[in-house]
Design a binder for this molecule. Structure first.
Ligand code: BEZ
Ligand code: FE
Length: 313
């Protein structure tokens, strides 16, 4: 054997990449990744490999199950496009998004938090809307909702100049990007808090809706005998330099799915009081029948203002 080849062989031996048996594969993979220059990538991938290998050993994964799993992941990718994000949906449906949210908020998971998962439907560039304005941009069923919101710091002092992005599904159960029957950006709007930290808007009372079930996540829910519903909610993303971006949801207090949200987003803190009114609303003569009001205060913590990557365009 030429001297050069002998040298290569001994390098490989030192890395132990000739696999003796099932028990030696994990350490071989960890050793092969050991020179990764980025310490964070090294840490994340080492933990990922350890846990993946432990998972396969724990369940004694069969080759058929492995193929099924790879096919499932591939189909998650294939189902994702500009208007739908199946990857986020999968992460949501197995509680991973909420876990990451709770780990990174409320003093790194130590205390209750006002944050909730982003979900797959936030769009950048929702229309700027004046305080008090309506986010109903095309005919939308459902009782009127008048929301009065305030944003404060942890000491209760108002924060002026916060950009508050609001989005919700129509009571037919779809976000506008899922539904050709709604105007572009229907039920989405971006507000700026006034000197007293307030913003307000008109909408319709949110209704519960099923998450999209046309893809592999829907198949999984069905196989697990789980319903696909989210309790009714409004989404808010509050952004101002100097404060940690607050991504949250405000749930409707009388919703039947509050205790069984398919994506595990409900914490007690996030249940709002949507109050029913049967009298006429003086400032809105066009309101017929009962209408609802919501008063809610959001608390932003000092920190870094960063926007997430929008899951859809
Ligand atoms: C949402 O609330 O928009 C949502 C969150 C997770 C999965 C699907 C939808
Ligand atoms: Fe939602």
């Amino acid at each position: 054997m030429p001297v050069q080849n002998l040298a290569m062989a001994s390098d490989q031996d030192r890395r132990s990449s000739i696999i003796e048996d099932e028990g030696s594969i994990t350490s071989a993979v960890l050793a092969a990744m050991g020179d990764t220059p980025s310490p964070r990538l090294r840490e994340i991938m080492a933990a990922f490999v350890r846990h993946m290998h432990a998972f396969a050993r724990e369940v004694r994964l069969t080759e058929e199950e492995f193929e099924l799993g790879v096919d499932f992941l591939n189909r998650i990718g294939q189902a994702t496009h500009d208007r739908h994000n199946e990857g986020i949906l999968f992460s949501d449906a197995v509680g991973f998004s909420t876990l990451v949210c709770l780990l990174n908020n409320g003093q790194n998971g130590a205390t209750e938090t006002a944050s909730a998962l982003l979900g797959p439907f936030w769009r950048m560039n929702s229309p700027r809307t004046e305080n008090g304005g309506s986010i109903v941009r095309s005919e939308t069923p459902g009782p009127a909702l008048f929301a009065s919101c305030r944003i404060t710091d942890p000491q209760g002092r108002p924060i002026a100049g916060v950009e508050a992005d609001v989005w919700q599904a129509s009571p037919v159960g779809l976000y506008e990007n899922q539904d050709d029957g709604q105007a572009d950006m229907n039920l989405r709007g971006k507000f700026t808090t006034d000197a007293d930290g307030r913003f307000s808007f008109r909408s319709v009372k949110p209704a519960g809706y099923p998450v999209p079930t046309h893809g592999p996540v829907g198949e999984l829910l069905k196989a697990q005998r789980r319903h696909p519903y989210r309790p009714a909610h409004l989404h808010v993303l509050a952004y101002k330099p100097g404060f940690k971006t607050l991504i949250t949801q405000v749930f409707v207090d009388d919703d039947q799915y509050l205790g069984t949200d398919v994506v595990f987003g409900v914490t007690r803190h996030l249940i709002g009081r949507y109050e029913r009114h049967d009298e006429e609303r003086p400032s809105a003569a066009d309101v017929v029948g009962p209408w609802y009001s919501l008063d809610y205060t959001f608390v932003m913590e000092p920190g870094e203002a960063k926007l997430p990557t929008p899951p859809i365009k």
